[in-house]
Design a protein around this ligand. Structure first.
Ligand SMILES: Nc1ncnc2c1ncn2[C@@H]1O[C@H](COP(=O)(O)OP(=O)(O)OP(=O)(O)O)[C@@H](O)[C@H]1O
Ligand SMILES: [Mg+2]
Length: 369
């Protein structure tokens, strides 16, 4: 088969995109041991994902497109490796100093309040932990901590003496390690801290808590893009940020501001999650786009970032939050639970891509606020 070249085959394979991630399997290094001899093609496909469907989809699409493009090839051998994703490490000197045992740090943020940051942060952390990752969660919203309620824990963390001074042990729930100001102060006492004190508290949550080894440390951020939030995102050595929005225009405007804030301080945005995307009527199963359709996806396109997925609006999500039982434990076989799991998988992929690339800054123009 002298007339088929290796680069022709690779360019066909490169056309097979990874769902929800703006790249292909070749760029992700999923294809190895490539060999083209006579009329036989052999390579290994090892997709970096917790989602078996992505691997199967890649296999099918590659097999189909090779057969279609190169009918003269007599043998195609694809060795598909079952691969649990390893969690890559974000190399950052500041993170090594503050959080040496933590591989990656992810901020869950939004410009607007009440769009579901805490809900997304909790469910994301639980979904990652359910996949087998070691996960911690910091409630960085010291003005309105919601993690204790959402995970049904109200317990003072144990404080103990170490060679490096007093340390605090995170509280454990649903396989997560947690810290919230809500564990330390009375619910009825309003926290009236200024910006520097807020970032001081978050710094202590990082350095004075015995986190041990973690794959991910997730931060539930306070709403807004003001000075306090800016100080916080500069204090935390972040691998990346996830921006939560609802489909309404008002929330999208604030999501743009949040994205701009992270770009300003050079934190990569892993993508956008659209919460309260749509409603599925329980009696008919019909879908209703209450706040309009496609807002998060359109915004992701406009800002050249990834759309990580949408979460429907569902009373069970709110009830789960109030009862302290996350949806993926309370009702794992629902579209709501599956949507959360899919988002966690997409975030894992994004973290691995960023770490493979290094933290390259993406230049975009957002116009005026
Ligand atoms: N997909 C959903 N379906 C139903 N209810 C939801 C959903 N997402 C969030 N909620 C509910 O909406 C309310 C606000 O959510 P949440 O506290 O997560 O928002 P937030 O962005 O963290 O708010 P804040 O800006 O105050 O920190 C909560 O009562 C929560 O249970
Ligand atoms: Mg919140």
């Amino acid at each position: 088969m002298a007339d088929i070249t290796q680069s022709e085959v690779l360019s066909v394979l490169k056309k097979v995109k990874v769902p929800n991630v703006k790249t292909d399997h070749l760029t992700l290094n999923s294809i190895k041991n490539f060999s083209l001899q006579e009329d036989a093609l052999t390579f290994d496909l090892s997709v970096y994902t917790t989602d078996g469907n992505i691997e199967k989809d890649a296999y099918d699409k590659m097999a189909d497109s090779i057969k279609a493009e190169f009918p003269s090839l007599k043998e195609i051998h694809m060795n598909v490796g079952a691969s649990k994703p390893q969690v890559s490490t974000h190399n950052d000197p500041k993170k090594e100093e503050m959080l040496p045992g933590v591989k990656n740090t992810i901020a869950v943020a939004s410009g607007k309040g009440g769009v579901g940051k805490s809900t997304v942060a909790v469910n994301l952390a639980v979904a990652l932990a359910k996949d087998g990752a070691k996960v911690g969660l910091i409630d960085a919203d010291i003005y309105g901590p919601s993690i204790p309620l959402m995970l049904g824990v109200q317990q003072k963390p144990r404080v103990f003496q170490t060679d490096n001074g007093m340390k605090m042990e995170p509280v454990e729930s649903y396989g997560l390690k947690l810290i919230s100001i809500g564990f330390l102060v009375d619910e009825k006492d309003p926290v009236i801290w200024r910006g520097p004190m807020a970032s001081g508290a978050i710094k202590q949550f990082m350095t004075d808590v015995e986190w041990g080894e973690l794959d991910y440390l997730v931060f539930d951020m306070p709403p807004g893009t003001g000075d306090i939030q800016l100080t916080l995102v500069q204090t935390i050595p972040l691998t990346g940020a996830v921006i939560v929005t609802t489909p309404q225009e008002v929330s999208l405007i604030d999501a743009r501001k949040a994205l701009r804030m992270f770009h300003r301080v050079n934190v990569p945005v892993l993508g956008i999650v659209e919460n309260m995307s749509y409603f599925i009527a329980p009696d008919t199963g019909n879908r209703y786009d209450i706040f309009g359709a496609g807002g998060g996806q359109n915004l992701s396109n406009e800002l050249d970032t990834n759309f990580l997925g949408g979460i429907p609006i569902d009373p069970r999500i709110r009830e789960g939050g109030d009862k302290g039982i996350p949806i993926i434990y309370e009702s794992p076989d629902t579209e709501e639970a599956r949507s959360v799991t899919a988002i966690a998988h997409n975030i894992t992929e994004q973290v691995n891509i960023r770490n493979a690339k290094g933290t390259s800054k993406v230049e975009i123009s957002l116009g005026d606020d």
